[in-house]
Design a protein around this ligand. Structure first.
Ligand code: SF4
Length: 468
């Protein structure tokens, strides 16, 4: 059986302990967030579609991990079978390292290796993945004509059935992966030695816990850190916080000696110790709508950005309005929900409806990390000159007022915010609503509508709490 795979290798590069834990104590992992699950699903969907770029191949993916050795042998046999020209998820193993390659395509007397990414541009991580795959392919003596990364073409516009030749772009990573081979070889040996250790390597918590990915063993490794530790603040960057921590500044009292009395860091530590939040009230007051608006609408837009365009005339990741919930005095029973879950091609109907409905309100309150004014403007829902005073995005308000609570250390989501502000809070996540709304399931649709309203009620509650 193999010792390393692409995911464990990448994990090991981030932290040796994370690799060891993954191999020996995977049950100690934190639960996968819905956002991460949605990302994995998106990657799988795009990967399957990409097979049409080189059609007619054999799918080598195993049904269970126990089949890996069998699939490795079959893949190697297929390399010498003149009837096989394309393999999907071809399985290779070299020096105890196993990879599955998205596509391997016969190219004269050599093979073209292709790895598919569901994004619009290529990042360093993708090149690192490719370098490991090349190391294994080279070790298995697969004659390669090229190693290419395939990703989505931002300029592709859907017109009829998806044209995969236009939807994807290919870029050679050959030069990079050949250059990195010695580096990969060194790391493979180092990481194999880590897995062979009789106990977990001694690695203290540090910046690697969040960078480049949030590690899923934090629940385990951070157990000894008090819940109100300054390590949970975000006024100072992680690097500086940990520099202090490693230099013996390991209590809040010691950290407070390092910073000014009225600094943001000091306010955040106080918030931690008193289990409350910090907000810059002066700025909040300056941002409060003046004069008090007579009619306020709470708007929750469900924007959807499918990796593969669904509607003619749209591009990869182009935004569409899948639903919106509106709460306000002009709505029947206080709440109105519109959606096109069952037929996304109707999404532009939302625009006409929103133009009409929002015109009855003086203030539109929302909570979104995206710039809602820009989205509304892009879809010409409200006119440019009225946007400034009509839309109040609580997300922006909280950023501008330096709002802090330990719950929002790793991100200001409505879920985290409501847990910070209110003791009782219904559990929901915006990404879960998107998953429900795109589930092709009537029960999912119903749940998505209910959750949209629940989110909007939280927006209303937050607005009233801040500007009471
Ligand atoms: S939480 Fe931090 S120290 Fe622990 S395994 Fe993850 S990265 Fe390593």
């Amino acid at each position: 059986m193999h010792i390393l795979s692409k995911s464990t290798y990448i994990k090991g590069l981030q932290c040796e302990k994370a690799l060891y834990m993954q191999k020996k104590h995977p049950y100690l992992r934190d639960k996968l967030s819905i956002e991460q699950r949605a990302k994995f699903q998106r990657g799988t969907d795009v990967g399957v579609l990409a097979h049409d770029y080189f059609p007619g191949g054999i799918d080598m993916s195993p049904n269970a991990p126990s089949q890996f050795p069998k699939k490795v042998k079959e893949t190697m046999d297929n390399l010498n079978n003149p009837e096989v020209n394309v393999m999907y998820e071809a399985v290779f193993q070299y020096n105890d390292t196993l990879i599955m390659l998205d596509m391997l395509v016969r190219d004269g007397d050599k093979w073209l290796a292709v790895e598919v990414k569901s994004s619009l541009r290529l990042s360093d991580t993708y090149y690192n993945d490719a370098a490991l795959q090349y190391y294994v392919l080279h070790g298995c003596q697969v004659p390669l004509s090229d190693f290419r990364l395939m990703y989505l073409n931002a300029d592709y516009v859907k017109n009829g059935p998806i044209d995969v030749q236009q939807l994807f772009k290919l870029e050679s990573a050959m030069e990079y992966v050949v250059e990195r081979e010695a580096f990969v070889a060194q790391n493979v040996e180092r990481l194999k030695a880590v897995v062979a250790l009789p106990h977990s390597p001694l690695v203290d918590i540090g910046t690697q816990c969040h960078n480049p990915y949030p590690c899923d063993f934090q629940g385990h490794c951070w157990k000894h850190i008090p819940k109100d530790s300054f390590l949970f603040t975000n006024a100072i960057d992680d690097e500086t916080l940990f520099q202090n921590y490693f230099n013996g500044v390991n209590t809040n009292a010691k950290m407070l000696q390092k910073v000014a009395l009225e600094s943001l860091e000091a306010h955040q530590i106080e918030a931690l110790e008193t289990n409350s939040y910090y907000i810059d009230y002066k700025t909040l007051y300056a941002l409060s709508p003046q004069p008090k608006p007579k009619s306020v609408a709470y708007l929750n837009l469900l924007l959807h950005r499918p990796a593969v365009p669904e509607i003619d005339g749209t591009k990869p990741y182009e935004e569409m309005i899948l639903a919106f919930a509106l709460q306000g005095e002009h709505e029947p029973e206080g709440n109105f929900v519109w959606d096109c879950f069952d037929d996304h091609s109707r999404w532009k109907e939302a625009i006409t409806l929103l133009i009409e409905k929002l015109s009855h309100y003086e203030l539109i309150v929302c909570f979104t990390p995206q710039n809602l004014s820009t989205a509304l403007l892009r879809h010409e829902i409200i006119q440019n000159q009225t946007i400034g005073h009509k839309v109040l995005n609580l997300f922006d308000v909280l950023q501008q007022t330096s709002f802090y609570h330990p719950k929002i250390k790793r991100g200001l989501s409505l879920q985290n915010l409501s847990e910070a502000l209110f003791e009782e809070c219904k559990l929901f996540e915006h990404s879960r609503i998107i998953l429900e709304a795109t589930s092709n399931d009537l029960l999912g649709y119903q749940q998505a509508r209910e959750d949209l309203i629940a989110e909007n009620e939280m927006v209303a509650k937050t607005y009233q709490h801040l500007f009471k």
